[in-house]
Design a protein. Structure first.
Length: 499
């Protein structure tokens, strides 16, 4: 193993975060910035990273399935955080993870990186979980590089956005009777988000000469059934917990995908990983990096108190009205439905058409259904302001038939806050992507359900969602194409094109 030359003490440590748009990445980067690191954030969602406003942070596109995107990104980097996992891409999960790890390992050997910090999962010797197997294999491949690798095998993390935590949270808030299968008898040592972030940042300060593996867990070792009981008590909900003593993992996966907004592929891999006890032998890590470990109860209380921060972001336009309307129990991950359509229409015309939404122009498709929804709102005595601004170009804060413009990026995206009466918080987005020779228009609804009633509302709307967004995208494309033809015709005759 080649130990890289140390960075001079008066120089900023240069850190690359692979998987910057993920749950841990987006929480880790602000901590690294606070501590004075020079951060490069890498992920596929560059626009999203740029919208986070991370100070003095370079945001770059990296797809670990494409080694070309790694060629230059590790130049002049001292420390790499590997936080990427492909649970959402569940098809060929293990092969995708192996490929990603191999590409990183090869890039490391062509770099001057001094240390890799890899966040993994606690392991069980006889687990058939693709998630756990892929995590172990990723570590093995990274350690084939000439760079020291510190692997942290973490227990489930307690914090807003942690998939394991959000599944538990949604089950408690959305169901009066919880009937989980026998995997709730398995034990683990849940760790608070603040504790895992402290381990990750402190490891960057420790000199390394060889690869090591550490377990990371919280101060308590208990069953998931006990976690549920404690969460129910903290939430103040009256719930019955009746575990079913039969192995129905696939049924539970499909059921959980209905009652939670955590992506089904992620839920499936997590549940498979919960089939066994996963104790954390964290003595070595606690000796290396001493800290006070937060109890499960305190971690849950802190997380619930910070829930509203989940929607104080660029997706919601940092709109104060959104935060004001957030309520405890709203799902962290939104349900979503939409359609994407490729088109040859110009970006400018697509954007022009999108901005004509509402009022007399309607919603491009199935206007009778939109009017019916408005009538329902009137019957519920919800005061909705109908109509839209007379001008063609929208502005932040504009009211459109009960919707409100909360995010507006010219030629890219329009986001409207749902203002009608319903159990939850929602938005409607129109996103234009320009790939050069072709464009695409995506029309999508996002819904954070308020408990079980919010889920019922979402599924009641599902029949309409199956076709309405596709129809809207198609009509927007048609209108934009017609506008392009009109502009081309007027240009050829010397007429002044409309604005």
């Amino acid at each position: 193993m080649r130990v890289k030359q140390e960075t001079k003490m008066n120089e900023k440590q240069r850190v690359l975060v692979l998987g910057a748009s993920g749950y841990i990445g987006q929480n880790l980067i602000p901590e690294l910035i606070k501590q004075g690191y020079q951060v490069t954030a890498a992920a596929r969602r560059v626009d999203w990273m740029l919208s986070q406003g991370w100070q003095d942070t370079q945001c770059v596109y990296v797809d670990l399935q494409d080694p070309e995107t790694l060629k230059d990104v590790m130049k002049e980097i001292d420390i790499v955080y590997f936080l990427v996992h492909s649970m959402a891409d569940h098809a060929n999960l293990i092969e995708r993870e192996r490929t990603a790890a191999r590409h990183v390992q090869q890039a490391l050997d062509q770099s001057n990186v001094k240390h890799v910090i890899y966040l993994s999962s606690l392991q069980h010797g006889h687990s058939y979980s693709q998630h756990l197997i892929s995590r172990r294999l990723t570590g093995e491949i990274l350690r084939e590089s000439q760079v020291p690798v510190t692997e942290i095998r973490s227990a489930i993390i307690v914090g807003s956005g942690s998939a394991a935590f959000e599944i538990m949270r949604d089950m408690v808030y959305n169901l009066a009777i919880l009937t989980p299968p026998r995997w709730v008898r398995s034990k683990s040592s849940p760790i608070a988000l603040s504790n895992i972030l402290h381990y990750l940042t402190e490891l960057a300060k420790r000199p390394v000469t060889e690869s090591k593996i550490y377990d990371a867990g919280g101060p308590e070792y208990m069953s998931y059934q006990e976690l549920f009981k404690r969460f129910i008590k903290i939430s103040g909900k009256r719930r019955l917990l009746i575990p079913i003593p039969i192995p129905i993992s696939m049924i539970s996966v499909h059921f959980i995908s209905l009652i939670t907004s955590v992506p089904p592929a992620i839920a499936k891999e997590l549940i498979q990983g919960l089939q066994h006890d996963l104790p954390a032998d964290d003595k070595a890590l606690r000796e290396l990096i001493p800290q006070t470990l937060v109890s499960f109860d305190e971690a849950v209380k802190t997380t619930l108190a910070q829930e509203a921060d989940a929607i104080d972001n660029a997706d919601w336009g940092y709109d104060p009205e959104v935060k004001k309307r957030w309520r405890p129990g709203y799902g962290f991950y939104p349900k979503q439905a939409g359609a994407t359509l490729g088109t040859s229409a110009s970006t400018e015309s697509l954007w022009h058409v999108v901005q004509q939404i509402g009022g007399k122009n309607g919603y491009f498709y199935a206007n009778a259904l939109w009017k019916t929804r408005a009538i329902m709102d009137d019957m519920m005595l919800n005061k909705v302001k109908y109509g839209r601004p007379a001008r063609e170009e929208l502005q932040l804060g504009d009211e459109i038939d009960g919707w409100r413009v909360i995010n507006l990026e010219p030629n890219k995206q329009l986001s409207l806050l749902f203002g009608m009466k319903a159990p939850g918080l929602g938005r409607l987005t129109f996103t234009i992507h320009d790939s050069g020779s072709r464009r695409s228009i995506d029309v999508r609804a996002w819904w954070h359900p308020a408990g079980f009633s919010g889920l019922l509302y979402w599924f009641a709307m599902m029949p309409a969602h199956l076709f309405i967004f596709k129809g809207m995208a198609k009509r927007i494309s048609e209108l934009a194409f017609e506008r392009d033809k009109q502009l081309a015709g007027k240009s050829s005759t010397g007429q002044q094109p409309p604005k």
